[in-house]
Write a protein that binds this ligand. Structure first.
Ligand code: CMX
Ligand code: CO
Length: 141
């Protein structure tokens, strides 16, 4: 079902402060930035690897509002790893299979993700405390 690690999502207080750390430490480059109002985040994608199965990124996440998943996470736990995202070729069939196995889905149907991708979250309670995202990337991403 899973084709790659698509990204690791990291909660930060400020993208302007976090991005230079990743650029300096690892030579990573921001290849995409966007605000996702529904998710309540301003995000920056830094490309780590391009492979046959698709791309892998670090996703830096700054909250747009305090009352958003990343805003609440920062207030409770402070900055750090927020979620892991796996790439899938077909998110509809992945979600259908997970529903059949009785998985606790945050999104029963895909929602809009980074750069036109289709995404869905699985609740951390069902996965040992790890918030998990599935990503069906848009063409060329
Ligand atoms: N990782 C692990 N556990 C988490 C978590 C995270 N990122 N976020 C919240 N939790 C845990 C909390 O610690 C808490 O646990 P306890 O009950 O043991 O204290 C529990 O989940 C509930 O936490 P909460 O702060 O009350 O948060 P909510 O129940 O309102 O929401 C969740 C939790 C997972 C449903 C919500 O964060 C969500 O819908 N996440 C998916 C969307 C998202 O994260 N969007 C931002 C990223 C967008 C992107 O990647 O594109
Ligand atoms: Co993500």
């Amino acid at each position: 079902m899973l084709s790659r690690i698509d990204h690791v999502g990291i909660a930060v207080a400020s993208l302007a402060e976090a991005i230079p750390h990743y650029e300096k430490a690892f030579g990573l480059k921001v290849v995409h930035q966007e605000d996702n109002e529904r998710q309540g985040v301003r995000e920056a994608m830094l490309l780590v690897h391009s492979g046959e199965a698709g791309n892998s990124y670090v996703q830096l996440l700054e909250p747009l509002r305090e009352d958003s998943p990343v805003g609440k996470f920062l207030a409770k736990r402070g900055p750090g790893i927020h979620h892991i995202a796996y790439g899938v070729a077909d998110i509809d069939s992945a979600l259908a299979a997970l529903t059949e196995t009785g998985f606790d889905l945050v999104n029963k149907t895909p929602v809009h993700g980074t750069a036109g991708s289709r995404i869905a979250f699985l609740h951390p309670k069902g996965l040992g405390g790890v918030l998990t995202e599935l990503v069906e990337a848009a063409e060329g991403h």
